[in-house]
Design a binder for this molecule. Structure first.
Ligand code: CA
Ligand code: CA
Length: 209
């Protein structure tokens, strides 16, 4: 049974239409930007507009066609990535960005650290890098995320603006090489799926070992 769902009343139409005129896409029907048809509402999965449980390039094609006034959206809620109750070109742009990010992110797997006292490293900090697929939406990491790991002084997000991955500095209360190696083992033992690497930093170059 088709049930029409009005996402925004027509008072919002004018503003949206004006917004749409400023973006470089050929033709976008004004009414399709604000009205969607709801048939099935599956679990919320951003980008999965055809509701098959997977976000892929097919969903982007479907949304693109729909914005041009062709076809239907099975799960309009999954299309509203900006979560403003309107489905338009901005959602499509976000979907494209997310797809590219997901494609790159699929290569990220946990890399264990080969511990050794021969390495010369800074003995007051442990560097944790997060897999690309967990960078968005950015999470605020705290000591709570490392529950059970002893000797943490504090957790600091040190991600440079250009980085693909979130980078955390974990500072030790009681500093020594042994304690750094112990902390690396303890963090690895947490088996957190978001973690890409746990490493110390070189004493000479300050680069992550
Ligand atoms: Ca899909
Ligand atoms: Ca939206």
């Amino acid at each position: 049974m088709l049930k029409e769902k009005i996402l925004k009343i027509s008072s919002a139409l004018m503003g949206t239409a004006m917004l749409l005129q400023s973006v470089p896409i050929h033709v976008i029907a004004e009414d399709t930007a604000v009205i969607a048809t709801e048939t099935i509402q599956s679990e919320y999965l951003p980008g999965d507009v055809n509701g098959n449980g997977d976000f892929s390039v097919l969903d982007i094609i479907i949304l693109q066609r729909w914005l041009l006034g062709k076809g239907n959206l099975t799960c309009w809620k999954n299309a509203d990535l900006t979560q403003d109750g309107i489905i338009n070109i901005f959602d499509l742009c976000l979907m494209k960005q997310n797809l590219i990010r997901n494609t790159q992110a699929k290569t990220d797997e946990f890399i264990p650290y080969k511990t050794g006292m021969d390495d010369v490293f800074v003995d007051y900090v442990v560097i944790v890098t997060i897999k690309q697929q967990y960078r968005y939406p950015e999470k605020h990491w705290t000591m709570e995320d490392f529950k059970g790991v002893e000797n943490i002084d504090y957790v600091q997000d040190a991600t440079p603006p250009s980085s693909n991955r979130q980078i955390l500095y974990i500072l030790l209360k009681d500093c020594s090489q042994e304690n750094v190696l112990k902390m690396i083992c303890d963090i690895e033992a947490l088996n957190r799926e978001e973690i890409y690497t746990v490493r110390p930093t070189s004493w000479e170059t300050y680069a992550v070992i």
